[in-house]
Design a binder for this molecule. Structure first.
Ligand SMILES: Cc1cc2nc3c(=O)[nH]c(=O)nc-3n(C[C@H](O)[C@H](O)[C@H](O)COP(=O)(O)OP(=O)(O)OC[C@H]3O[C@@H](n4cnc5c(N)ncnc54)[C@H](O)[C@@H]3O)c2cc1C
Length: 380
């Protein structure tokens, strides 16, 4: 799929593609088993300075386009979710600090997050809720010079390895966002979650017991937390969807390769069976649609336009199509598709998480439907 990328964006695509081809794909099995990049690969990855693309020079960035960041995420998703998630997590946390952090917070924390040398986390979900802010039970109580946080969080990515964690907590009837350093003794990573779709992922509970957060570590205004959550997720969904589209592209490439190599009575199944061709055709159409919506949405971010509905739409499409594409690619592989020796099985495993993480699909559908109902017509 060709989009009208700038020269810089095409260079990003070329560079990350080369890195993934040479450094990630040959070691993908080991990387996904351990959840870590080997030291040499990690150094090369950090050397690419991918998150700098989008952030201002003042904090160590290079102030490129958001589309450039999305391209990088998609190329990493083609290779492995291990480096891709390092980028997405810090993009999300960095975006919140950039837009809602005090000057000192930006100065103190953004450079290391942008360099990807430290990781961040974003903690909203609790045992009682993943979607409804009214049910949050973590509370922040005002004390002299700051706030005391008490409560627990669940399913938080990088809750153990992450250094700077954004915690959403109730302040009276409202929700506020706080920046917590996980080195704080009152921050305790709890039970670890082992997800079958990505067993390597550092994800789990956080316990907060009288965790002190100074006033200047409140992000935005007190009570602005839910707005921050929605805006950050709207941006995060785009980067997140880019990774999954990269994953789907790999699934299609693997299916293509298999269909050209696997023979039936001396003829490749891609040539012999029109039903295989039909599957490949539909996968290509789904990819084209996802890419078109992805880059139309990222272009809106670059133009400073609102994207809350667009990113919900994108997420619905990607969650469904990536699941379908990886399932079809597995089907083309026959029994080999189910073998853990073939990457296609782990791509399918990863793909099914797209419908839950960063906002369940049902809620995305509700967001889109409400806008449609308000507008009264699907024609803008
Ligand atoms: C791998 C992974 C990583 C994660 N990382 C993080 C993280 O870093 N930070 C974080 O805060 N959370 C994280 N989560 C949690 C995730 O965001 C939540 O699990 C998700 O938002 C769903 O919340 P829930 O499980 O409580 O489901 P619920 O919100 O309870 O939903 C349960 C069911 O009800 C439906 N439903 C709920 N509300 C509505 C509604 N209003 N309209 C229609 N249907 C509805 C849903 O579709 C779903 O089918 C992660 C989860 C996973 C699996």
């Amino acid at each position: 799929m060709t989009c009208s990328f700038s020269f810089e964006e095409m260079e990003i695509q070329k560079t990350v593609r080369k890195f993934v081809t040479n450094e990630i794909l040959p070691n993908r099995g080991e990387i996904e088993k351990t959840g870590c990049l080997p030291a040499v690969t990690l150094n090369k990855f950090l050397g690419l300075e991918l998150l700098k693309i989008y952030f201002p020079e003042k904090y160590g960035g290079s102030k490129g386009s958001f589309t450039g960041l999305v391209i990088a995420a998609k190329e990493l998703g083609y290779g492995s979710f291990v480096p891709a998630m390092m980028l997405t997590q810090n993009a999300l946390v960095g975006w919140v600090l950039l837009n809602y952090g005090s000057d000192s917070v930006k100065k103190d924390y953004l450079p290391s997050l942008i360099s990807l040398k430290t990781s961040g986390g974003f903690a909203f979900t609790e045992s009682q809720t993943g979607s409804d802010p009214k049910q949050l039970q973590t509370v922040a109580r005002k004390v002299d010079g700051g706030w005391l946080l008490n409560g627990s969080k669940r399913f938080i990515t990088f809750s153990k390895i992450g250094k700077y964690i954004i915690i959403f907590a109730k302040t009276g009837d409202q929700v506020s966002a706080f920046l917590v350093n996980s080195a704080d003794p009152e921050y305790e990573p709890g039970k670890r979650e082992v997800f079958f779709h990505m067993p390597f992922l550092d994800n789990g509970d956080i316990y907060l017991k009288n965790c002190f957060v100074p006033d200047d570590h409140v992000l935005g205004q007190v009570g602005q937390g839910f707005e921050i959550l929605l805006k950050a997720e709207a941006m995060g969904k785009i980067v997140f969807c880019a990774e999954y589209i990269g994953l789907a592209e790999r699934a299609v490439d693997l299916a293509l390769k298999y269909a050209k190599e696997k023979e039936h009575r001396g003829v490749p199944i891609a040539v012999k069976f029109q039903l295989i061709q039909g599957k490949l055709g539909i996968m290509a159409v789904r990819l084209a649609a996802m890419n078109a919506l992805l880059f139309a949405t990222s272009a809106k971010v670059d133009l400073g336009e609102k994207i809350s509905i667009d990113s919900a739409r994108l997420k619905i499409l990607v969650a469904e199509d990536v699941k379908q594409i990886t399932a079809t690619a597995m089907e083309i592989h026959g029994a080999y598709g189910l073998s853990t020796e073939f990457d296609i099985s782990s791509l399918y495993q990863h793909a099914i998480s797209a419908q839950v993480v960063m906002g369940v699909s049902d809620i995305q559908r509700v967001i889109v439907a409400r806008q449609l109902l308000g507008q009264g017509s699907c024609r803008s």
